[in-house]
Design a protein around this ligand. Structure first.
Ligand SMILES: NC(=O)C1=CN([C@@H]2O[C@H](COP(=O)(O)OP(=O)(O)OC[C@H]3O[C@@H](n4cnc5c(N)ncnc54)[C@H](OP(=O)(O)O)[C@@H]3O)[C@@H](O)[C@H]2O)C=CC1
Ligand SMILES: O=C(CO)[C@H](O)[C@H](O)COP(=O)(O)O
Length: 466
């Protein structure tokens, strides 16, 4: 049997990626290091042909040369372990692809190791969740272009399509693909948290029911906020708990999980001086949510504002929330794309920002109508410093900033935390401030540590005997 591609790791994502490949005409060999998942997958096949292997060597030998192997295993040590088992079985020219959420620096290390053996290594960001893996994810491949070109016919076939184009494009060398996926997830955290805050305001400050909010989200999803995350949140809000009959969201414990990619996004930004405050606030919101017991204990101890809740005019304030959410989203994506731009310059990756926006239009978790305007902004000016100053976004924020101010002020006055909406406004206001207060910081640093400062009226470095 000669298989055209092999998939290792048959969990949630790997089994569906393998089926997606088979549905697109590939002869797919599958292997999992424990046999249970392989048997489970083989039992649920509906006409698709996958060929299972229970020994790694037989799996590798079944593949046409040069071999193409797609890993979809738990990120971290498991990937290293699989790679170490594969190396003695592979030949020069074979290509190993890692489709998991690996840290891009791990990908660079693995790339170097496999390159020394003449084996190609592609770090491939895959987004779309369980369903996307089967029906078409967004795919972000990084590594050597000639190795990408060998697997591109398969990857582009299995990818989601937007306007008939595959949501898969070559991202850049070495770890660039996994880097782009990592920041995608950071943006995802911010987008999710912004939606959660809009929900909080509609529910708490406007007193709307979960069903009413579902209807509002459905309406929003027909306009400029149209996105997968708004769409699924509408469905989530409509779901009733089978046990209590309550909206399911009302019985879900308010402690958010996370698997690390959002944290890595913030750490990378902090390490490299990239301002991603909204993304990081979204991460911290998850961390604070995890302190459930402490929050419950603090609730009766800590005072809130004296001000009583205002009776807000609903229709008007629903529109403010919509505009505030859109504006928050613009600021969060501006931060994520700034992280792409600045990191691309650090590594000399030449990341294709316009194409990244294009491949995010379908398949991935942050897919949205909005990505069309982002791609247009980079089409007009490839070296745009920040999305906020692109004409479309400058006009939009000019129209919507007052709504964001209204919502943030009302949240502050009523004692409702809106960390990402507030952070969006602070980012917007800071970015549009030509003369900031960093002069005070520089003076303080020079006062206590003789760190010196620069002047805005003459060249040179100065120190004052304060
Ligand atoms: N779920 C999602 O929505 C998305 C996930 N991802 C990423 O894709 C990757 C896979 O995720 P997912 O399919 O959800 O995870 P699962 O937990 O469902 O699957 C993990 C797979 O890795 C295998 N595995 C675990 N440890 C080892 C090991 N030491 N050696 C060999 N194989 C091992 C597991 O085999 P066994 O069960 O037999 O141990 C299983 O096949 C992760 O990196 C994840 O972050 C990316 C995009 C979306
Ligand atoms: O990559 C993904 C989506 O794009 C995965 O679903 C990932 O697990 C999401 O991150 P987290 O679990 O930290 O919320």
């Amino acid at each position: 049997m000669v298989n055209t591609i092999g998939v290792i790791g048959l969990g949630v994502m790997g089994s569906n990626i393998a089926l997606n490949m088979a549905n697109n005409g590939e002869q797919v060999a599958v292997y999992n290091y424990t046999s249970d998942l392989t048997e489970k997958l083989m039992a649920k096949l509906e006409g698709q042909i996958l060929t299972p292997y229970y020994e790694l060597e037989a799996f590798v030998q079944s593949l046409a040369a040069p071999r193409k192997i797609f890993l979809m295993v738990t990120a971290g040590a498991a990937i290293d372990s699989v790679i170490q088992s594969l190396i003695p079985l592979l030949q020069e020219g074979d290509v190993v692809m890692d489709g998991g959420n690996s840290h891009y620096e791990d990908t660079e290390r693995r790339y170097d190791e496999l390159k020394a053996h003449g084996i190609g290594y592609l770090g491939i960001g895959v987004s779309g969740g369980e369903v996307g893996a089967l029906t078409g994810p967004s795919i972000m491949p990084g590594g050597d272009l000639h190795f990408y070109n060998e697997v591109a016919p398969i990857l582009t076939k299995i990818a989601a399509k937007a306007d008939g184009e595959p949501c898969c494009t070559y991202i850049g060398p070495k770890g660039a693909g996994h880097f782009v996926k990592m920041v995608h997830n950071g943006i995802e955290y911010a987008d999710m948290q912004l939606i959660a805050e809009a929900y909080t305001f509609l529910r708490g400050n406007l007193g709307l029911t979960v069903e009413e909010i579902a209807d509002i989200f459905e309406t929003w999803n027909a306009g400029e906020l149209k996105s997968y995350l708004i769409e699924i949140t509408t469905e989530i809000l409509r779901k009733k708990d089978a046990v209590t009959g309550l909206p399911l969201v009302d019985v879900i414990l308010d402690q958010a999980g996370q698997k690390g990619t959002g944290k890595w996004t913030s750490l990378q930004a902090i390490d490299n001086g990239i301002p991603t405050s909204i993304i990081t606030e979204a991460l911290f919101a998850r961390y604070l949510s995890a302190l459930k017991e402490e929050r419950v204990q603090a609730q009766p101890i800590l005072a809130g504002p004296n001000k009583r809740m205002q009776n807000l005019e609903k229709e008007q304030w629903i529109e403010y929330v919509r505009q505030a959410l859109y504006m928050g989203k613009i600021c969060a994506y501006a931060q994520g794309f700034t992280q792409y731009k600045m990191t691309s310059e650090i590594y000399n990756w030449n990341l294709p920002l316009k194409d990244i926006a294009l491949i995010f239009r379908n398949g991935c978790i942050i897919r949205a109508e909005f990505l069309n305007v982002i791609s247009e902004a980079y089409d007009e000016k490839a070296d745009l410093a920040n999305l906020l100053i692109a004409p479309y976004f400058a006009d939009k924020t000019a129209s919507y900033q007052q709504s964001l101010r209204n919502i943030v002020c009302e949240g502050i006055q009523s004692g409702v935390a809106l960390p990402c909406l507030s952070s969006s406004l602070a980012y917007y206001d800071s970015y549009r401030t030509g003369a900031s207060n960093a002069n005070i910081l520089q003076a303080q640093r020079d006062y206590f540590g003789a760190h010196t400062y620069k002047r805005n009226d003459m060249e040179g470095t100065f120190h004052t005997e304060w």
